[in-house]
Design a protein around this ligand. Structure first.
Ligand SMILES: [Ca+2]
Ligand SMILES: [Ca+2]
Length: 310
């Protein structure tokens, strides 16, 4: 049944069956169609003004309270997370500081994801009078809570908020602006300061999401002994799993380590198109990989897998 030429009429005759199965390597060489250039992995460039992680230095002394004086911010939104961080000239532990617990000290991050400079989300780190230091993300446009955030304090003077990118709609780009409000009135009778980063309430540069690189992995699938003319006990279908590919349908080629492309297709063995950014299954190709130094797959002519051998 498998690799029956009549089941795959759209394939070119030379590729309808793995002609080298159970045959000499010299037979394989006759159907080589893969070119070395097709195996080069070339991820498409991401248009962006600033990559993630993004950092911006802030003026020292632009507010009168050293504990309220931000020196820099850092924004990262790689993988499934967003992390917002800033460093103050002098730290104050949010769990124990009266300025946080009794005063109005809080870090307010405005987030803009649509490119129109109107605030879309607001992430806030704050402490209750009981010393519960916590983070929240609100949807400003909808006036609703979006998700909780993990609030952190580190380096003795740095603060962070971490939450899932999905909370703000997995944007390809975002901009931020920080307002660090520090309340020294409860301990020193000093005013509440606001250190803005960037200064004057401007937005940061657009910060691009850096998607994880495409990954394609192949291995030995179920037995294909007696499929077509494959009689070796090591003859197996090629299993595949992939992630972070572009969306849409994919094509693939199955190749041997010694340079032969012995099959190409677009569907799984058990039906269904190879498509989407993530997926897994068994491809329409099988091999006794040891006879050829291993086998590998190239998706869309550019995303190459590991070389599987057994
Ligand atoms: Ca500052
Ligand atoms: Ca500032």
């Amino acid at each position: 049944m498998a690799n029956d030429p009549t089941a795959l009429p759209h394939l070119r005759p030379a590729l309808r069956r793995p002609a080298w199965l159970g045959r000499a390597a010299g037979r394989v060489a006759a159907v080589v169609v893969a070119a070395a250039g097709s195996m080069i992995c070339a991820a498409s460039p991401v248009a962006a003004r600033a990559p993630s992680p993004y950092t911006k230095v802030d003026s020292v002394g632009d507010v009168s309270i050293r504990r309220g004086d931000v020196t820099r911010i850092r924004v990262e939104h790689d993988g499934p997370w967003v992390q917002l961080q800033f460093w103050a000239r002098v730290g104050s532990n949010p769990v124990t500081s009266l300025s946080w617990r009794e005063g109005t000290t809080r870090a307010i991050w405005d987030i803009e994801v649509e490119g129109d400079r109107d605030v879309d989300f607001r992430a806030v780190a704050d402490t209750t009078s009981a010393g519960d230091y916590h983070g929240t993300v609100d949807n400003v446009t909808g006036g609703t809570a979006a998700c909780a955030a993990e609030a952190g304090f580190f380096d003795g003077r740095a603060y962070s908020l971490t939450f899932r990118r999905a909370c703000i709609g997995n944007p390809a780009r975002l901009r931020v602006r920080l307002d660090f409000a520090f309340d020294a009135s409860v301990v020193a009778g000093r005013p509440v300061t606001h250190d803005l980063v960037p200064n004057r309430g401007r937005w940061s540069d657009p910060i691009s999401h850096d998607p994880p690189p495409p990954s394609v992995s192949v291995g030995r699938g179920s037995s294909a002994v007696n499929g077509s003319d494959c009689t070796s006990l090591d003859c197996s279908w090629l299993s595949i799993s992939y992630s972070n590919l572009p969306n849409g349908n994919h094509s693939y080629s199955c190749n041997t380590a010694n340079g032969a492309s012995f099959w190409s297709g677009t569907t799984y063995r058990n039906g269904g198109r190879v498509s989407g950014s993530n997926g897994s299954g068994e491809l329409w190709c099988y091999a006794d990989a040891s006879a050829f130094g291993g086998v590998f797959v190239v998706i869309d002519g550019q995303y190459r897998s590991n070389t599987a051998s057994w």
